[in-house]
Design a protein around this ligand. Structure first.
Ligand SMILES: Nc1ncnc2c1ncn2[C@@H]1O[C@H](COP(=O)(O)OP(=O)(O)OP(=O)(O)O)[C@@H](O)[C@H]1O
Length: 786
């Protein structure tokens, strides 16, 4: 038997041995879980049974019952916790059963003479005696060498013992499916190009997959970083940023188990479709999903009740479709400035002035009548010690207002309206009040009765006023924010880097706010002002925040996140070349901003693109001339992208439909027709639907089906497809400099094939792409019959 066969044989036998052990453990654990479940059911029944009800009538028994309930509750929750853990372990065994491990390294620790084989899988597994690891969890410290080194000297960090050094004598990868060894490679410098080739060559899916078997060294640095408070990752399209972020969350949950749970982690994703696209990864890794939200959801939650909040996508549609007139210029300038830290400095200065003067209040009113006038509130507010913070002073104002309300209610007791409302009290209310009076012995005293009724009426009627005091409704933040734009700042223009058309920006902003419209660019500054003034509670539960597609957030938003989640470390990932939000097109973004003055910042750059074939990356990298050197393809072969020149109208659509059919026949399952805007998308969708079954993706789409989709660029972000068609790649569509990034983002969604269509002059961005990196097809002479 050759060495190779002997190895294969031994490895297959080991797989078998491990699976048998998994089966044994599974049987044992399933029995334990079953017993525990019965225990839990029984305990729950007892807990909620009649006997355990608190006996409030007998005070001496009360204490005893209290302790017994407490004990039982503790027992129950302990059993429930164990049950949850057993169930989790059962699931892990199930996952291990089909593929117990994917890698192995043999490691000779310094000072030792024998190599220990370390098998690495998605969870750990110990032998029967609980002495040796049959499989190490991929997140264990020792497993990191698998990702970081090729055979030769290697080392790893342990939390307790520092660095462990030694020699790696073997590195092997396995493909094990349904308990059978299907493939095995000994690998060299990188983690088996062969395995990665195989993984990347597959079809795109409608949900993302975990990458634990093929994590690359530079991605591993992101996943296992523990030192950065703010970890910034700039990575080219398809370099595995989102993948790394999700494996990082799984890593952190493992590394800090017992201290951090999925509830302490939050992820901001660009849109709901993306959220559902990535939702399968953590469960696949045996972890619970963290909270996922979009910034838009957050804004709607905070402001939606009182404001018409604009979405970033509406803003983008305006940017791309709006008539380029004077208003457009004002708006763009406004968007850029309000995204900047200069604007935050201005707001901070404004807030510090508000400590001395300028707060605006709303009168406390009841049915149109003033209880406390706003000037009195203001006067009281500024009569308080100025060294107190604004939120502290507002607490005092609240107490004062409650007192004022109480006095007012006292005076109102004998008013006619109170009597009128008494007449209309319903039976139940009366019964309830009478019972109370009877208990207190006042049932025959008419005066007391009337007084109590009146008190009740007043309490009922002023519920809303109380709520307004509690919620600080009397602080007119809308007007305070609007007023900032009316203050004369002519002599401070330079200090705050005010745009030249600051006055016009102000007029426009005030107009919008008046109609209760909240432009996207104002939402964050407004909330920042609101929270600082009112002293809104921070979210301290979140200990780690992941911000994906970070190039679409502003520096101002970063400061807001810091204030909102003061205890959170952050992983911030994005690609400056895919910045398509209006503020970042020729300005600063959260990702590109220079944060070097802040401490705790670390930066990692990813430049290899894994998503697309080499041919597609060779094409797309030239769309960004200044970054083309930083964009490196992974060596996976495919066909060159194509540019089809077509005649306008029917010929155009016929050529696209032809291509779509061709791609379907080739077996591609996810095909996207990407458009620049929603407006263009709707038009294209209507056209293509006449020929084929095509799904249109808009902002409300939560999940997309396999097949053909039409999708605007900003919703295709972060997602990938087997094949991508750019319906209109003409110079009309992609011409303005900021449209370059839209074009790049759209083209980089393709894994295997990319096809561009143009009627008329192709986009000028193609001028920078070498002619030999794509095939041109000229269909303009063809005639189609309708
Ligand atoms: N180490 C890896 N092993 C296997 N697949 C990988 C690896 N890294 C990335 N990929 C694959 O490459 C594709 C792109 O990854 P991902 O979406 O995480 O990249 P991204 O940098 O977030 O992309 P973009 O910025 O373009 O949205 C995915 O299909 C992912 O599974």
């Amino acid at each position: 038997m050759s060495e190779k066969h002997k190895d294969w044989d031994q490895e297959q036998k080991r797989v078998q041995m491990v699976i048998e052990e998994i089966d044994r453990q599974h049987v044992r654990l399933a029995k334990k879980t079953g017993d525990l479940k019965e225990d839990v059911i029984q305990l729950r029944e007892e807990f909620f049974s009649e006997e355990t009800r608190v006996n409030v009538e007998e005070p001496h028994e009360l204490l005893e019952t209290h302790y017994s309930i407490k004990q039982q509750a503790e027992l129950l929750s302990e059993r429930e916790r164990s049950h949850r853990e057993y169930s989790k372990r059962l699931k892990a065994l199930k996952r291990l059963r089909s593929s117990p491990y994917f890698g192995r390294i043999d490691f000779v620790e310094q000072g030792s003479s024998h190599a220990e084989p370390i098998y690495i899988g998605v969870a750990s597994l110990m032998d029967e005696k609980q002495e040796d690891f049959l499989v190490y969890d991929w997140r264990a410290p020792i497993s990191s060498m698998y990702y970081d080194y090729s055979p030769g000297s290697a080392e790893y960090e342990t939390p307790g013992e520092g660095t462990v050094k030694g020699e790696m004598t073997l590195k092997r990868q396995y493909i094990i499916r349904n308990g059978q060894l299907k493939g095995m490679f000994d690998t060299g410098i990188t983690i088996g190009d062969q395995l990665l080739q195989a993984v990347l060559g597959k079809h795109a899916d409608t949900s993302m997959k975990s990458i634990v078997a093929t994590i690359q060294k530079e991605q591993n640095q992101i996943i296992r970083n523990e030192s950065a408070k703010y970890l910034f990752v700039q990575g080219v399209a398809g370099s595995g940023k989102t993948s790394a972020a999700l494996q990082r969350v799984a890593y952190l949950l493992y590394r800090f188990r017992g201290k951090m749970t999925s509830e302490n982690i939050m992820l901001f994703s660009p849109n709901p479709l993306f959220s559902s696209y990535i939702a399968t990864v953590l469960p696949e890794l045996g972890e619970e999903n963290m909270e996922q939200t979009t910034f838009q959801d957050y804004l709607d939650d905070r402001l939606g009740e009182k404001w018409m909040v604009q979405s970033p996508f509406d803003q983008t549609e305006y940017l791309l479709n709006g008539p380029v007139d004077e208003r457009y210029q004002i708006r763009m300038s406004s968007i850029r400035y309000k995204a900047s830290l200069h604007f935050k400095q201005l707001l901070d200065r404004y807030i510090s002035i508000l400590k001395e003067k300028g707060m605006i209040f709303r009168s406390l009113t009841f049915r149109g009548r003033v209880i406390v006038d706003r000037t009195d509130i203001k006067h009281y507010f500024y009569s308080l010690d100025h060294s107190m913070s604004i939120p502290n002073r507002l607490e005092h104002v609240q107490t004062w207002l409650f007192g004022k309300l109480k006095n007012w209610m006292e005076q109102e007791k004998n008013k006619e309206w109170v009597d009128e409302e008494m007449e209309t009290m319903d039976k139940e209310e009366l019964l309830h009040l009478d019972r109370k009076l009877e208990k207190q012995g006042w049932q025959n005293d008419y005066d007391v009765q009337r007084e109590k009724y009146a008190e009740y009426i007043l309490k009922r009627a002023t519920r809303g006023v109380k709520k307004e005091i509690e919620q600080l409704h009397f602080v007119d933040v809308r007007r305070i924010y609007a007023r900032l734009f009316t203050i004369s700042l002519t002599d401070r223009k330079e200090d705050y880097h005010l745009p030249d058309i600051w006055k016009e920006i102000g007029e426009e902003t005030i107009k919008r706010l008046k109609y209760r419209e909240m432009p996207y660019e104002d939402a964050t500054p407004y909330l920042y002002l609101y929270d600082t003034i009112t002293g809104r509670k921070m979210n301290t539960a979140v200990r780690h925040l992941v911000i994906d597609e970070a190039q679409d957030y502003s520096p101002f938003q970063m400061e807001y996140f810091k204030a909102l989640f003061p205890r959170a470390a952050m992983t911030i990932l994005g690609d400056v070349n895919q910045a398509i939000q209006a503020h970042s097109l020729d300005g600063d973004s959260l990702l590109s901003h220079d944060w070097s003055e802040d401490s705790g910042i670390e930066k990692i750059t990813l430049s290899r693109s894994y998503r697309s074939t080499k041919q597609i990356v060779e094409f797309t990298r030239h769309l960004i001339p200044e970054a083309k050197r930083e964009i490196q393809p992974f060596h996976r072969d495919g066909i060159k992208p194509t540019l089809a020149k077509v005649k306008q109208g029917y010929a155009h659509r016929a050529a696209v439909v032809e291509r779509m059919k061709n791609l379907k026949n080739k077996g591609y399952e996810t095909i996207a027709v990407i458009t620049k805007t929603k407006k263009e998308g709707q038009k294209v969708h209507a056209i293509l639907s006449e020929y084929m079954d095509v799904q249109f993706i808009d902002i409300s789409t939560r999940k997309y089906e396999k097949g053909i989709v039409v999708v605007p660029t900003y919703l295709a972000k972060g997602i990938e497809f087997d094949a991508v068609i750019i319906y209109d790649s003409s110079n009309r569509q992609y011409h303005r400099e900021y449209e370059r990034k839209f074009f790049y983002t759209a083209c980089t969604r393709a894994m295997h094939e990319l096809h561009l269509f143009t009627s008329g002059q192709p986009s000028r961005f193609l001028d920078d792409v070498p002619e030999n990196s794509y095939d041109v097809m000229d269909y303009r002479t063809l005639t189609y019959s309708d």
